[in-house]
Unconditional design. Structure first.
Lengths: 589, 307
């Protein structure tokens, strides 16, 4: 294939960073785009051209990839830009008035005014939040959490000072009995010695003694289920991949946590990064993988720095690399891949395309990833929280593990509490804790207010009513109650919350995040948002009853005929608000 | 002599299709089985010379045991599969997909779509009056959009792109079926002049930075136009004749011959109207071209009618 490039050359700064990718392949496209974006703040024609020359990619394809991600800009913009979260938890905590202030003082959101509206930044416990980026020789980021209009205006002008040093919010930190969160907020996340002193790497030692099939047996008997939302049995997934004769096998750790209201994986990665690395190593050992990719969303700079450090330290001490811990023949490497602002890239097959340097569009299944995944090879994909359960299982034994929780849902579970709640943050409780108990743990709604509704599972989840607080939080009880735990979102709305605006944000989110590949989702999410505006604004085309019918029909086709989970669940939360919270009657009256 | 790959003999797979038992060769798709049974399933993104893109979702059918509907164009048959092409869910899905497409896209030159719409009672106008055409579709950023008021239905209507003497790109008719991108890219032409850019409803078929075709990698083979199911891509000649009302397919004859430009021996089908060549295609079943041509075969015929 001969490349026809545009007649535009890169600047010197762009050339220098792109030249570092000389000799590499297509899968370095996303890292190369990041390198340019980090250096100059946007991707010019000359820079894209040069990336194409170096990586031998047709410019139209590279443009298609670059224009897929919201953290990249293909038009000139200043080096400094602040992303202000307007998503669910921040909306409940004043993001709208914050944005109104910014609009009047800095001008409408956009490259010129130095601030942009952002989907969920995954820091819901400190809402409202913003994330500042500054491109340069050393790119800088700063998380503003919680933030104010004054702070955003100051940072938009001066740029981020440095990566923030604040610890993540874990109200339970240091409490006895924590397993997944045992080190979070307690040990120094940079120190491998601290990690080992608190039991780190003993699980990997156990795994190496048990052998791959022994590890899979333990994880299967522990009844570990995926914590990313789909609840697939982890042991079965590992076993299916391990049995594939084709080599190599790959492991992908899905750290593209982007479901609005979800921030548990960020807390784990920031508070206990070595646990993530050790867990990936165990999974790689069990499923016969020689390489693991950690696909981290681009909005988590602190997690990125801590994980990079953890990988480097682990390598120095032979916890990664060749013949790990002296175990002859077991080699495993981990590479971090940074996402660039696309919720859909958390869908496992979209993750593969994104890593491979293609647009982050989901693939049609079958074939399933365990047969044909990343680079067409057998691949295991696990969520961060799922993986972090593995050392717990190996350390305590599968029998002890299954005694935590219920018979149908074993183990501890992390829940992300945000919205109108007194002590927001990530909470670890055994499966089976009721929703009411969890809310009590977080202090309930602020004093003097009344609970209006709880959004379980995020934008792709569903609402439950205040009279349903006795719901035990297990996979099976959630299913029986026709709702979902999803990724563990528990977003609380009290009587001051504006449910209509909240639903409009959910609709806008799916319209923004649809990849556009299939018709039901690409156009359905647009029609859903339009109909919701008519319903909430009480401006029906003819009657609200007809708009409700239209919503139901569009919802049904998205659920039945979309390619992936995004489109299939894009109607869930709105449907549950209409039916379970009675918003349908409210809107039609 | 043409060497025809006959392959290994294939086992027959038995499945149930709308209550009837069908036997088709292993590896066939549900769509193949439907075709074998004489059942017509509408398709848009499916191409007989391309790998299924699974994008348009017009051909969805119900398979017992599957949580969602499945695309018949790509799902392979399995022994014992129970498939319904006419269930309530299937009909609802087909109707809604056609309505959604019709509400956002100009389908006036899409063959058969009117029949399909009336067969399932699709009414694209119920999403509201179409929004006016926009001129900024090439510059939209992923992850943000202007807040709608719901009083009009967003569309992909936009000005037609005419930046060269051979092609017209009327992307207001584009349903994002990926066929042109696949034909231009690794499935046939290996030119990679166009790709899908942007995201979601704002995704579009584009060259790099939306540069005009003459500055792009385009080699004007016309293979993208050959596979376009909606007329979003068309030959300039055909487009102009349609515009001035002189395009008359019924009055056209088709004559298949062999291209004289080089030794490959591509089959050409000359579409002739009023004793004038108006378009050149190639038969999809031709083992030489599979429907593809190069710029010479596709467009190098003006000299024939220099009188």
């Amino acid at each position: 294939m001969d490349l026809k490039l545009l007649d535009v050359e890169p600047s010197e700064a762009e050339r220098v960073v792109v030249d570092l990718f000389t000799g590499m392949g297509r899968d370095q496209l996303l890292p190369a785009l990041h390198a340019v974006n980090d250096r100059v703040g946007w991707i010019s024609q000359g820079a894209l051209n040069h990336i194409c020359r170096v990586l031998h990619i047709p410019p139209a394809e590279a443009y298609g990839v670059a224009s897929f991600y919201s953290l990249f800009s293909l038009t000139e913009r200043p080096a400094k830009v602040v992303h202000v979260c307007v998503d669910l938890a921040c909306q409940v905590n004043g993001a709208k008035s914050l944005c109104d202030r910014l609009t009047s003082e800095l001008g409408p959101a956009g490259a010129k005014s130095g601030w942009l509206r952002s989907p969920c930044l995954g820091v819901c416990e400190k809402a409202p939040v913003a994330l500042a980026f500054e491109a340069g020789e050393v790119a800088a980021e700063q998380l503003l959490a919680p933030t104010t209009a004054e702070e955003v205006i100051a940072v938009a002008a001066a740029g981020p000072s440095h990566v923030d040093g604040e610890r993540a919010e874990v109200p339970q930190a240091g409490s006895p009995g924590l397993r997944l969160l045992q080190r979070v907020g307690v040990v120094d996340p940079e120190s491998l010695d601290d990690y080992r002193a608190t039991g780190g790497y003993s699980a990997l030692r156990t795994a190496l003694l048990l052998g791959p099939s022994g590890v899979i047996r333990e994880v299967t008997d522990a009844k570990l289920m995926g914590r990313g939302g789909a609840a697939f049995p982890t042991g079965r997934k590992w076993d299916a991949a391990a049995r594939q004769p084709v080599r190599p096998h790959y492991l992908v750790c899905n750290a593209d946590e982007s479901e609005p209201g979800t921030f548990k994986d960020r807390l784990l990665m920031e508070g206990d990064p070595y646990a993530v690395i050790e867990s990936m190593t165990i999974a790689g050992f069990a499923a016969g993988c020689s390489r693991g990719y950690l696909y981290l969303r681009g909005e988590y700079p602190r997690a990125l720095h801590l994980l990079r450090n953890a990988i480097a330290r682990a390598k120095e001490r032979n916890f990664l690399g060749e013949n790990i811990m002296g175990h002859e023949g077991f080699s495993f490497e981990i590479e971090i891949r940074r996402g660039a602002g696309a919720y859909i890239c958390g869908e496992e097959t979209a993750t593969f395309n994104s890593i491979e340097g293609f647009r982050g569009e989901p693939r049609s299944k079958p074939p399933f990833p365990v047969e044909s995944g990343l680079f067409g090879k057998p691949t295991v994909v696990n969520n961060v929280e799922t993986l972090v359960n593995v050392p717990v299982i190996l350390t305590e034994g599968c029998e002890a593990y299954t005694r935590i929780g219920t018979s149908g849902s074993a183990g501890p579970k992390l829940f992300c509490l945000s919205g109108n709640v007194s002590r927001p943050g990530v909470y670890e409780v055994p499966f089976g804790t009721t929703l009411g108990e969890l809310l009590d743990l977080a202090g309930g709604v602020p004093p003097g207010r009344e609970l209006r509704a709880v959004l379980l599972g995020g934008a792709a989840g569903g609402f439950v009513r205040p009279d349903e607080l006795d719901l035990p939080l297990t996979m099976e009880d959630a299913r029986a109650a026709n709702t979902t735990l999803g990724s563990g979102v528990v977003l609380v709305l009290d009587d001051t919350a504006d449910l209509g605006s909240f639903l409009l944000r959910i609709a806008a989110f799916f319209r923004d995040e649809s990849c556009g590949q299939c018709v039901p989702c690409r156009i359905g999410t647009v029609r859903q948002e339009e109909a919701m505006h008519r319903l909430v604004g009480k401006r029906p085309l003819s009657t609200s009853a007809e708009d409700l019918q239209l919503l139901r029909e569009v919802g049904q086709v998205m659920r039945d005929s979309s390619i992936c989970g995004l489109g299939q669940t894009a109607w869930n939360a709105i449907e549950s608000a209409l039916d379970r919270l009675g918003y349908a009657e409210e809107a039609a009256s | 002599m043409t060497i025809v790959e006959i392959g290994l003999p294939k086992r027959l797979v038995e499945l149930t299709l709308d209550g009837e038992s069908v036997r088709v060769p292993e590896g066939a798709t549900i769509l193949d089985a439907c075709t074998a049974k004489g059942k017509s399933i509408p398709t848009l993104c499916y191409g007989d010379t391309l790998r299924p893109a699974n994008a348009c979702r017009v051909c969805m059918v119900e398979v017992e045991g599957s949580r969602t509907l499945v695309p018949s164009c790509s799902r392979k048959v399995e022994p014992g599969m129970v498939v319904r092409t006419d269930s309530e869910r299937t009909t609802h899905s087909r109707k809604l997909v056609l309505e959604l497409l019709g509400s956002a896209t100009d389908l006036s030159t899409t063959p058969h779509v009117d029949e399909w719409m009336s067969a399932c009672g699709a009414d694209p106008s119920r999403f509201g009056p179409p929004a006016p055409p926009s001129t900024d579709r090439d510059d939209r950023r992923p992850g943000e959009h202007e807040e709608p008021d719901g009083q009009t239905a967003a569309t992909v209507r936009q000005p037609t792109k005419v930046d060269n003497p051979l092609y017209v790109r009327d992307l207001g008719k584009c349903i994002m079926c990926y066929k042109c991108v696949d034909a231009c890219g690794d499935q046939w032409q290996n030119t990679f002049a166009i790709s899908v850019a942007g995201r979601g409803f704002d995704s579009r078929i584009s060259t790099e930075f939306s540069t005009p075709l003459p500055e792009s990698a385009c080699v004007y083979c016309g293979n993208c136009i050959e596979v376009c199911p909606t007329g979003a891509l068309s030959f300039k000649r055909e487009h102009d004749k349609r515009e001035d009302g002189t395009w008359d397919e019924e009055a056209q004859t088709q004559t298949t011959t062999i291209c004289t430009f080089c030794g490959v021996g591509c089959n050409l089908t000359l579409h002739v109207q009023d004793n004038e060549i108006v378009k050149v295609t190639s038969p999809h079943e031709s083992t030489v071209t599979h429907g593809n041509l190069c710029i010479k075969g596709r467009f190098g015929w003006q000299h024939v009618q220099n009188r």
